[in-house]
Structure formats: structure tokens, C-alpha cells
Design a protein around this ligand. Structure first.
Ligand code: 1PR
Length: 543
């Protein structure tokens, strides 16, 4: 069987192709609506904004061919915004029309009560029938979700010939999957849900619709442990070493050169693709690549990170984020590439999210200079409009700036237990650009609040003072940022032992914890960290 995948300009569709190929099937793209009816098995991926997806499909003439294909009863699968597009419309884009296969509308999660987007690993269960796996869905497994809009389970009535699996995110129950023979639509991304997701995809492709579940009694207990897990993210700082080889490096307070008598080589922790694969196998919930010398101008097409992503995405089935150089780029020959095009290239190479560092600081400065008005032209705004805000991460590189008294600065200060060199008891966190090389007159709270308004979906919060220190996360910084925004916050910098992860989750309520050195040096594995967290009652995805 050839699996046909719709390509109408959506975000990361490469991963879906990679997953299908990994399972042994041949794939082909469908880029012409006239070809839809010839497909033997059709997958409709949806990444990004409801309006962007539905308007593109409609303008390109896909609506009728998809409706006809569905009526034919041949195998059909829809993913993420793909499941949403099967309904009549969405509050995300009220003027855009959905396919209307099912009655009802997509709604936004309640942002007053929880962090939105809903990003991470959560359950998906046919609660009315736990005796079977439908298309491989296991009540005790976790699947990767990334969305701000959802299908409210209590408001939608799905025809009874379909099995409906639901998910609960802090009190709101939404549809995670809709299934019947030859039909499988999921809100989560099976291609990004590790082995559990591959099992679903393989069940659908092989036509294994309903399979009895063994050992039901023990699994039923586990379903009680629903909900979104805390994520553990491995980070790979990538750059060329002095010999010109692309390596994963690791700095201490952002200095990546060895401090030995033998010289000052760039520290080499391994090869990017190999390390990424290792962390996937160890149970990383996501992997982040940062091109740390992105401020050096190189032609966009020559960016080494494109090849790293392409290769990694062939065998790693959890979300990949790429950062470094996500901004407007002018090649040395004068060719201009807007940030949206740069991001699009990374998405098509296998990235699920892009992370914006320096450019977000400049955009926030502009936002305040313009009296808090949006231009609609920043990288954050253009990329989130096209690909959804869940695809835009802001990478923050703050440095502690100590003061004796908060009254001496207009910046947001915290009272700190890590007193300054002259005994200062307060600090504000100063934003930097170009990998910490340049300091700006903007504090971290100003930055993250402006970026959230511009459309960022997540904050990757580094701390230059803690980076590579192995002495634990900066709890005061993380707590203050988490309180300042309603989007997810990834704590970063300083993890040295599993207890540091426990501390950051318990004391800051951050959504994910990222670490680099502890995993590169193999002080402990990601699986060890997760085992520790599980023992302390913190919900994590099984490694
Ligand atoms: O400004 O959009 O081009 O992005 C550049 C990106 O490169 C930013 O995300 C910035 O954080 C990153 N970067 C630049 N220079 C460095 C450096 O280290 N010299 N990496 C750098 C900084 C630190 C984290 C590290 C954590 C955890 N990032 O990547 O992984 O601190 O480390 P630990 O667990 O070992 O303590 P743009």
C-alpha cells in the first residue's frame, strides 16, 4: 500500500512521512486536489493555525475531493489541526470554514485556569470501553499534544458509529481521537509520540482497528493517573569546532572553550545526530538543538542545522526544536529571506518548533518603544500566525544584575538568596543578545510579557549565571517568569543531579525542565531522572 500525504503548505509534515517510512510503507505527496481520489490511504496532517490550514485547503480546491474521499470509505487519517478541520469552524479563526464532516466548533482552552497552549504528553482513552485498543490506543500510554484550541467533549455529539477517546487537561475534557474502521483522527501527534505513537500509526496502517487489551485490571488502575506530564528536554548546543567539524558543545556560563593548560579548544561532547538518537532512546520528551554561532552570517541553505534536523527526524519520534538564527536573513550574495521563510525551511527539515533568541529581544524593545503596539511584522508574529503560536519558543539568555535596593531601578527585581558579590540582596535579570555577548536595557519579565502578546507559545528560560554550574536551577528567576505569563515555561541551566529536577518542578510549577551537561557527561541518564521524579510523585512519561 502507498500512503498518500497531503502537502498543502502546513508545518512539519516531514516527521509524518518519516514515521510512515520507518514502519515500512512507501509514501507519496499529494500536491494536486485531482490526485486525492486516486489515493489508497490518505493522511491529512495539520500543523498550525485553523484559518491558515482551512483557507489554504479551500483556496487550493481540496474541500470537495477530501469529502468525496471520506465518503468512499478508504483509509483516512487526520492529525492535530487535521481533526479540527473536520468540524464546522473554530473560534481561532471565526471567518474560516471547516470541512463540516462533523457538527460543532473548535474552542480555546480556558486560559484563566491553566497554562495554554497544552503542550506535552497526556493520555487518550476510550473511557466508555477500556476492553480494547482502538488503533493501538492504550489507556495507560502518553501521547504528544501541542495545541491551544480543542474539541470540547461535553459539547460535541459524534455519531455513534465512531469510538471517541478523550483527554483531560486540568478539568477540561476534550476529544483526543475519533475512530471507526478505516478512519482515525487524532488531536495528538502519533508521529511525535515515541513508541506509543508509532504503535497507533502502525495499527491504523495495518488495519488493526480493535484489539482486546490484556492485563486490563492493572492498566485500569493506571488510567487514574491521567493528566499532563512534566517534560524532560535534552538540549544540544551545536557549533563548529576549530577543525571545522560540527559538534555538540557545552559551556560554563556560556563559555564553551576548555580551560586547560593544553589550550582552549571548543569542548566536544559528541555528534549532534548520534546524541539526539541516544536521548530519544533514553526517554527524552523533546530534544532541542541550538545553533550557538548563528550570529555569524552564512547562506541560509548552507545552515548545517538543516542536515542535522533532516537526519535526526528520520529516527527520532519526539518533538524537535531548533534555535539560533531564526530571524530575517540576508545571504552574503544579498538574497533576503524573511524570518517566516527561514522558519518554514526548518519546519520542512523536521523541526516542530523554532526558538527565537536575539530577535525576540529586539522585537520586545521595539514593542515598548512603540507604546506597546504590534507591527505584525516581527518574526514572532509572522511565524505564529502561519504555524500557530505553539510552534514559536522564545529562548531567553538572562544575566543576574545585582542591586542593593529595588528602588534604584525600574526593572523587575527579585529578592535573592544568592546574594551578590558585594552582599546585594536584590537582582533583576538583564536580557542579552548574540549568545550573551551583548547586554540590553530590558529585563526578563518585560521580554516574556511582550513576546507572549506577540504570539509566542512557550518560554525556554536559560540563566547565564547557572549555565553549566551543576548547582541547580535558578528557582527565583523561574518562579517570577512563570508568574508573569500564562504560556508554558521550560526551566533551563544548572541541573547537576536528579534532585534539581524535583526541586524545580515542586518549587516553581514550571512545565518542563531542560538540561545539557548532566546528560552529555552521563552523570545520570534521562531515564534515571524520570525514575527519581516518579518516586517523588511527579507525573512523567515512562522512559
Ligand atoms: O540569538 O536567536 O540566534 O539564538 C542563539 C541561541 O543560542 C540562543 O537560544 C542561545 O541561548 C544559544 N546560545 C548562544 N550561545 C550560547 C553559549 O552557550 N555560548 N547557548 C548558547 C546557551 C544554554 C543552554 C544550555 C542550558 C543547560 N544556551 O543551551 O543548554 O543552559 O545547560 P546545563 O544543563 O549544562 O546547565 P539566536
Amino acid at each position: 500500500m502507498i500512503v498518500s500525504i497531503l502537502d498543502y503548505g502546513s508545518g512539519n509534515v516531514r516527521s509524518l512521512v518519516n514515521a510512515v517510512k520507518y514502519l515500512g510503507y512507501e509514501t507519496e505527496w499529494i500536491r494536486d486536489p485531482a490526485k486525492v481520489e486516486d489515493a489508497e490511504c490518505l493522511i491529512f496532517p495539520g500543523v498550525g493555525n485553523f484559518g491558515f490550514v482551512c483557507d489554504s485547503l479551500k483556496e487550493q480546491g481540496y474541500f470537495e475531493p477530501i469529502r468525496k474521499y471520506l465518503a468512499s470509505g478508504k483509509p483516512f487519517m487526520a492529525v492535530c489541526v487535521g481533526i479540527q478541520a473536520l468540524f464546522e469552524g473554530s473560534t481561532e479563526s471565526p471567518s474560516s470554514e471547516g470541512l463540516g464532516i462533523f457538527k460543532g466548533f473548535v474552542e480555546k482552552f480556558d486560559t484563566q485556569t491553566k497554562t495554554v497552549p497544552h503542550i506535552g504528553w497526556n493520555s487518550c482513552a476510550v473511557r466508555s470501553d477500556l476492553t480494547h485498543e482502538y488503533y493501538g490506543l492504550r489507556p495507560h500510554s502518553k501521547y504528544y499534544y501541542v495545541h491551544s484550541y480543542m474539541l470540547p467533549a461535553n459539547k460535541l455529539s459524534i455519531p455513534t458509529e465512531f469510538k471517541v477517546a478523550t483527554t483531560v487537561y486540568e478539568g477540561e475534557e476534550f476529544i483526543g481521537a475519533i475512530m471507526k474502521k478505516n478512519f482515525f483522527a487524532t488531536q495528538f501527534h502519533p508521529e511525535k509520540s515515541g513508541l506509543a505513537g508509532l504503535h497507533c500509526l502502525s495499527s491504523f496502517l495495518s488495519g488493526a482497528f480493535a484489539v482486546p487489551i490484556d492485563g486490563l485490571a492493572s492498566r485500569l488502575n493506571e488510567t487514574a493517573v491521567g493528566g499532563l506530564t512534566k517534560r524532560i528536554i535534552a538540549c544540544l548546543d551545536v557549533r563548529s569546532n576549530d577543525a571545522g567539524d560540527l559538534v555538540v558543545t557545552k559551556g560554563d556560563q556560556y563559555d564553551v572553550r576548555e580551560k586547560s593548560a593544553a589550550g582552549s579548544e571548543v569542548r566536544n561532547m559528541g555528534k549532534p545526530v548520534e546524541l539526539c538518537e541516544r536521548y530519544f532512546k533514553e526517554g527524552a520528551d523533546e530534544v532541542t538543538f541550538l545553533n550557538i554561532t548563528s550570529f555569524r552570517n552564512c547562506p541560509l541553505r548552507d545552515s548545517p542545522m538543516l542536515a542535522v534536523l533532516e537526519k535526526s527526524a528520520e529516527t527520532v519520534f519526539v518533538p524537535l526544536t531548533v534555535g539560533g538564527g531564526i530571524r530575517d536573513i540576508t545571504d552574503p550574495d544579498g538574497t533576503f529571506h524573511p524570518a517566516l521563510e527561514v522558519a518554514g525551511l526548518y519546519f520542512r527539515s523536521g523541526a516542530d518548533k523554532v526558538s527565537i533568541g536575539s530577535d525576540s529581544v529586539y522585537a520586545a524593545e521595539q514593542y515598548y518603544q512603540n507604546g506597546k503596539t504590534l507591527t505584525g511584522k516581527t518574526a514572532i508574529e509572522t511565524i505564529s500566525k502561519a504555524y500557530g503560536n505553539q510552534a514559536v519558543v522564545i529562548s531567553v539568555d538572562p544575566k543576574r544584575h545585582y542591586v542593593d535596593n529595588p528602588s534604584v531601578t525600574s526593572h523587575h527585581c527579585v529578592e535573592t538568596s544568592r546574594v551578590g558579590p558585594k552582599g546585594e540582596k536584590y537582582a533583576w535579570y538583564q536580557c542579552t543578545v548574540k549568545g550573551g555577548r551583548e547586554y540590553r536595557d530590558l529585563d526578563v519579565i518585560q521580554l516574556v510579557q511582550a513576546c507572549e502578546v506577540m504570539g509566542a507559545g512557550e518560554i525556554l528560560l536559560n540563566c547565564m549565571d547557572q549555565d553549566g554550574s551543576n548547582s541547580g536551577y535558578d528557582i527565583e528567576l523561574i518562579r517570577s517568569v512563570k508568574q508573569a505569563v500564562s504560556i508554558p515555561v521550560i526551566a533551563s541551566s544548572g541541573a547537576g543531579i536528579p534532585e534539581h529536577f524535583e526541586q524545580v518542578f515542586n518549587e516553581t510549577n514550571c512545565d518542563a525542565a531542560l538540561a545539557a551537561g548532566i546528560f552529555h557527561r552521563q552523570t545520570c541518564s534521562i531515564a534515571d531522572v524520570k525514575k527519581h521524579l516518579e518516586k517523588t510523585g511527579i507525573l512523567v512519561r515512562e522512559a
